[in-house]
Design a protein around this ligand. Sequence first.
Ligand SMILES: [Zn+2]
Length: 688
Amino acid sequence: MSIESNQKVTAGHLKRDAYLYVRQSTMRQVFENSESTERQYALRQRALALGWPSDRVIVIDSDLGQSGASAVDRAGFQKLVAEVGMGRGGIVLGLEVSRLARNSADWHRLLEICALTDTLILDQDGLYDPAHFNDRLLLGLKGTMSEAELHTLRARLRGGILNKARRGELHCGLPAGLIYDARGCVVLDPDRQVQETVRLLFQTFARTGTLRAAVKHFRQQGLLFPKRAAAGPHKGQLVWVHLSLGRASTVLHNPFYAGAYAYGRGRYRKQPDGRYRHEHLPQDQWQVLIRDAHPGYISWQDYETNLQRLRSSAKALGFERDAGPAREGPALLQGRVVCGLCGSRMHVHYNIRRKGGMITNYVCAGRTRQYGDPLCQSILGTGIDAAVGKLLVEAVTPMALDLALAVQQEIAARLEEADRLRHRQVERAQYEADLARRRYMQVDPANRLVADALEADWNAKLRALAEAQEEYQRRRAEDRLVVDDTERRRILALATDFPAIWHDPNTPQRERKRMLGLLIEDVTLIKQREITAAVRFRGGASKTLTLPRPLTPQQLRATDEHVRRQIDELLDEYTDAQVARILNEQNLRTGAGGSFDTVSVKWVRYSAKIKSLKERLLDAGWLTVKQVSARLGLSRTSICKLRVQGKLRGRICNDHGQWLYWLPDHMHSGPSMESTVSVPLLEMQYEN
Ligand SMILES: [Zn+2]
């Protein structure tokens, strides 16, 4: 080999560096298999023997403890490839070089680059020149073998695990409320509090039927829920946390609570960036499901019922409804408002007015959804929309021309994106219809009840599919209209005449929202004494607007100050109905713009805390018939008679015709009223 080696190593190679790549895939190997590491470092001597000076042998060992299954996350390997690619390497050294990369693609890329840059490869078996066909074949074979070895290892390992899981003997992380006993069997957690709390969740869900209500119940009662810490210093220990919607959903979906053993309910999919993403699988694709494997909190039937209920309410929950393409509604900032208090996205809530039109409210239900808390904040949108629109018009004018083309291109792209999103909905409807059909096909026809329900479900899904398709076609046609020639000219004019387009009543609100979307990333709202709206433009600029708090509907409908003062004055003499009549004669109007009646005068009294005629009279010393009868010892009838005879002064104090009486001072004391009645009586001041 030495002769051949010496032939392969040329002066050109020796001028460049030698790279020694050292790797152990796990930290455990790094500690336990130190001999292998030593052998890897010993390769350095080989490089020196081949003629490289010791200061040119560069050791790359930053990947110690990293698996070779992929080049991603292995900075050392990437550095090696980069150095070789730039032609700085004369030789690459490694123990069993094919293990440099356990992934064929990475390995072959390295070979290719070595061949191109005339870099040699050396392992404990020999020296190779990847530019030579024979050497390259050998190296390629080594790489393939190495990958195959990894595969076999993995398959053997997996097979063992799966076999154990099929028997239900593979221990997996149990949810809170279940534990392994001394024999390794799954039993209910003997901790009473844990058991009762888990039971309570299932009971509350059964009672209320929605996850949100169950979560809210926990919240209102101030109850915490047990959770097994998945990581960190307390891994595996029980901790008590607030019950969130997500956690409650996980609990209801977990078959272990229904006494079933399940394995392989999800899988990890590799992403293009090398990371793994977890996917939940539908129940029929679970690898192992053994029912009645251990005691549970609910029966299997309850479990399935719960899932069915969750599915039916899942649509209404719609977490994704807050973002997404611009929709038709008048709320300008739809999908772009963020709550400044909790950071959730705020959604739009429309109130239909009785007189027509809609009132926009931006509502943050972030913590309501998560924890069943009360609404975080709700802000009337009209003022904010106007302010942001104004800001936009001011901000856009100077940078108009640059924007022109970008806007046009973006609109086309946006339309496409919206189209794609809408098509997704069609696809989803299609999928659901297919699913419903499959479910219907699979059910035993003898099971009439289920079959009927499934058939109805299938029909509903088909209808939904047809609607989705129709909607999709309609929107598509509309979008085409938007980008046709005249519209294109209009959009182009946007650059030079953005304010005009913005204010043009013919511009559809959806278009306005799209333009806004091109310019503004999001708007963060906080309602305190005043409303703060932090507008973040695309490209990083930001601007904070401060707006007064809008008047509440009550404030909007409040009666004018001077009318209120007049009512106050009139009430010294008149009852509510009389006040209303006097106000109407003067053509005065209520805050809402209507004429006055007893109810509206009463309402003004209540809201402005103005005393009624009766209260004023009582304060002034007038007495009710009851009080007079107590003082004078007379029956109600006698008092009435005295009044009619003109011997007692009385007046009506409200619209129900209630009388109040005025007693002269000397009448207050004695029961001998015969003498007192002769006091000259005043005429009744008012009679209705
Ligand atoms: Zn919030």
